[in-house]
Design a protein around this ligand. Sequence first.
Ligand code: ADP
Length: 483
Amino acid sequence: MIESPLLEKLTGYIGGRWTDNAQGNTFDVYNPATGEVIAQAASMSEDEVKAAVAAGKSALRLTSPYSIETRRKWLEDIRDALKANKEEVGRILCMEHGKPLQEAQGEVDYAAGFFDYCSKHIQALDAHTIPEKPKDCTWTVHYRPVGVTGLITPWNFPIGMIAKKLSAALAAGCPSVIKPASETPLTMVALFSLMDKHTDMPDGMVNLVMGKASVIGKVLCESPDVPMLSFTGSTEVGRKLIQDTAEQVKKLALELGGNAPFIVFDDADLDAAADNLIANKFRGGGQTCVCANRIFVHEKVADAFGEKLAERVNKMTVGDGINGGVDLGPLINKAGFDKVKRHLEDALEKGAGLVAGKKPEELGNDLFFPPTVVTDVTSDMFCYREETFGPLVPMALFRTEEEVIEAGNDTEFGLASYVFTGDAERAQRVAAGLRFGHCGWNTGTGPTPEAPFGGMKASGIGREGGLEGLFEFVEAQTVPRGF
Ligand code: ADP
């Protein structure tokens, strides 16, 4: 069992109080590196989720809103608490997610960055008067909090994903009811411990509910007191939330699946492209929605690039992330492991060649999947059509710019993409042609607090980060004054 001063309670947090499930129901939390149960967390009932919504409603202030200074102070206090407790929060995150300790602690810094950004730009949410005087009136634009928001997060960035949502919600003055993924609830509990101790937010401003997605999702979708949901997760669940909130026309911010193309032209710096691909692809064990999923390599440089990848991949250390010197941890669970294995088997059966890694029959029974590179991938393979969410690098060969733009777009998704070329004009053309919310040119870097990030097509609605992210949780209201 995990011991931590930040995990004294493993219950929900409703209306400013740690709240257990009345029936004592719990669920197990595992360490994917060891397979051990490390905690049992409270599973909330429908009534408890409703109580969390009611607590949020009581914290919402419309006629006498929380001042910008008050909201800024909440954000600064959370940022400071995260930074001061980076090591311990990162350790908890590492143990329930499996990513290497240093990477987990880096995620805590990344999360603090969102609270910092919002605290520094919150002034943008101040009311302003528009300079023209249309219709002989003086027009003031106010940014009102949307109301109580449901924030639903996945397991792949247990602190990063909530930071993106919560920072903007608090900046806007929105109370929230937060549901973490059941694989990684402990990092969220740690965040609530910090908020409980180090901020003076009113009771009900932040509420934590853990447990069954169906129970919690139902209340959040059906309650008229929750006008907005912000969700990060699969497109499948995103679609369900769209359907389940259609009746009430709720505001939705959705960050859904990806199928990122990573394009390497023959004029690219191949070493830089290989380094960036390794950093991008193996972040979080390859389990992020911005991880390169289809690697398009110009046929002239395909062999050379494959060799560079193999060289790098063969040096990587796979193991329990809590130990130093580990590059790649385990996959989150058996289903995740089996999916990557199925994608590898399918690719090899359909004619792909193994460049680095192990054959499927050589894999062990634990959740550690070695970094694997395959080449000659084609569009009929699972690893090309679906998001693999694991450390498999599938290379597909291409000849022309037009062909690769079309191939890159040949997916319902449109989240992250990457292009490596020494030709600036080509980079501009390719970025403009790719229908993806993010297109890295000679970099595999992902989202940052300072810039808006989000998906086109089936990858989502709305943006997180940047001023655009800050504005997601407000409703603009115009007040024209006649006299
Ligand atoms: P992943 O494949 O990353 O686990 P999911 O979309 O299944 O993605 O889950 C992301 C988050 O959404 C998790 O917190 C999960 O518990 C939650 N979730 C899953 N189904 C629902 C639902 N019907 N309503 C609300 N939340 C849900």
